[in-house]
Ligand binder design. Sequence first.
Ligand code: KIV
Ligand code: ZN
Length: 525
Amino acid sequence: MNKHAADGRVFIFDTTLRDGEQSPGCSMTLKEKLRVASALDTLGVDIIEAGFPAASDGDSRAVAAIAGLGLKATICGLARCHFPDIDAVADALRDCDRRRLHVFIATSPLHREYKLKMSPDEVIQRAVAAIEHGRPAFQSIEFSAEDAGRTEKEFLLQVFQAALDAGARVLNVPDTVGYLTPAEIGKLFKYLHEGLRCREAFTLSCHCHDDLGLAVANSLSALEHGARQVECTVNGIGERAGNCSLEEVVMALNTRADRFGLNTAIDTRQLYPASRVVSSVTGNMVPPNKAIVGANAFAHESGIHQDGMLKHRQAYEIIDPTDVGISESQLVLGKHSGRHAFRQRLETLNIQPDDVGFEALFKAFKQLADQKKYVYDEDIEALWLGDNQDGPWRLWAINIETEAGVESRNPRHKASATVRLLHHGAAPRSFRGSGDGPVNAVFNALRQTVDENIELMDFVVKSISAGDDAQGQASIKASIGRNQYQSNSTSTDIVEASALALINVINRHLRNQETDCGQPQAQRA
Ligand code: KIV
Ligand code: ZN
């Protein structure tokens, strides 16, 4: 009996730090992972998949550090069905009161034949042996049948029954390549739900990828047909097109409780803050039209819609933006605003620094207020999220000589730049570059800080608040060697914002090499 299916509680299993981190450019440092883990705990997720300890020492250290935070959530580590992988998870989660092992093996004919070169019976034996090996060290064991979406359903039932008999109590159905449709996954869950037998309670779980844009729809269909755990990531980040988006699936359940009759333990007012934290640490911008957390998700442009909204909000809005943590107040702060007003604003924005953090933030706010007349919510968020700019390089000064316009002697906009950087706080070093404009010149100067080639894949500058003195946000996606990185930075000066964003990318790369926190994709699940 799947006892959990009888009630309406859905467990939110967040895999932002594991499957999400596997997406190109989304690798995080240890400090960034700790920050995301804390945001997920404040959000109220039930399980945090903290990483894949056997993948690298960096992953193992990160899982152990998250386990040591003493969070409310269960902490989970991923392992292949190999004893050393399982022992690595046990080791990393040693200090954690609520720990879960997540073991997986591929079950589809294609994976069995070409990747594993194993018969169906061997796959079952390997899964059973892994679960039995892990049992003494964990409070719960989750078993995943990788590529379940393309596995014969009779074989899937057989593997899951064997996993249940061996002691797994969460059975996860990954649609690894995002192949299924909502009707198909619904039918599969109904089949498994009706076919599996166990004396004890167990939970069916869905894990959907978004290759056909169906991850959320598929997850909702699975939940309607017996799943009680949904695996998802903040902002839907993840391999290729990403994973099921946490905020979307939670708000669908919440907004359409009349249809689903299901609930989660998520504090929905923390959805927007969590989205901002993940976007900031991964440098992965949230598309403006993204449901729930995109900049346009609650914007009403057309006159007819604005008129309707003024007459009755629900005419064009099914979710109150404050329910997902988006502040409505238009109050702006300036250089005369004091500590009290600033603290109140932080509370409204769900920003909760400790005392030391508050003082640092207040100081940064005062500096910004000296540079620009009004400080908007977006500016305060940027200050709060921007403190992840760890070294080794730090910007000290930029000098630019430039010539532009129709009167210019050169047909193109020529510039040269001297960028002065501190390395681990030592005396500033100068790098010179020239280019087709100030930003290009600065980037060419910064390129000299690394031996490998830096290739810009995407570069966007936009204003994040209102007015002539608005802060510009520069977003960069770049590759250095075999790795991809993303980063955002803000400043009232767009050349400085661009330089800071590229310095972040360079620093991420250098830190990655020091700590091997970001591994080549081939070594990941
Ligand atoms: O997509 C997938 O198959 C996975 C498993 C490791 C659960 O992420
Ligand atoms: Zn996955």
